[in-house]
Ligand binder design. Structure first.
Ligand code: SME
Length: 160
């Protein structure tokens, strides 16, 4: 995946544009896997700083790899482990500017330098997390967190 740096204003605008596109893409389609796969592809077009974008779906006390764009990744992550498992357990978005400084970070791709993980909630329960990685340090910030918030809210309405 190519990585391109955008200014903050550009990033915010891109997320704003993505939301109605995604809503249109998901509208009328009940299949969860198809919707997650297309959401991932749409996010990839939008978030040019990302080297990997994908979903980990909550299954009991684990997160299991779902649709993604990027290199082959680890399949199962225990709740509370790694950035994904921590974000799910704490039900909050985690922005990790330097993955080497996050204790317990799970390195699926040795090239990854920074990461953002956003939990997806349905009826108050974590049904999945959306994970974005980058080969650049500090690729993600509050603008990404704010831009992704309405997107995961929309994804939370899918048929989990
Ligand atoms: N780095 C994540 C694991 C998933 S991969 O980045 C695709 C983590 O620490 O949870």
């Amino acid at each position: 995946m190519e990585t391109v740096e955008l200014t903050g204003a550009d990033k915010a605008a891109r997320y704003r544009e993505l939301l109605p596109q995604l809503a249109a893409l998901l509208d009328g389609e009940p299949d969860l896997i198809a919707n997650l796969a297309n959401s991932c592809a749409a996010l990839r077009e939008c978030v040019t700083a990302a080297s990997w974008i994908g979903f980990y779906v909550a299954r009991g006390d684990q997160l299991v790899l779902g649709p993604f764009q990027g290199k082959v990744a680890c399949v199962r992550i225990a709740l509370g482990r790694g950035v994904c498992g921590t974000a799910a357990a704490e039900r909050r978005t985690l922005i990790v500017p330097d993955v080497e400084k996050f204790p317990g970070h799970i390195a699926c791709d040795a090239g990854s330098r920074s990461e953002i993980v956003v939990p997806i909630l349905r009826s108050g329960a974590v049904v999945a997390v959306l994970d974005l990685d980058s080969y650049a340090l500090a690729a993600f910030d509050d603008i990404d967190a704010q831009g992704l918030a309405p997107i995961v809210e929309l994804l939370g309405t899918l048929a989990w």
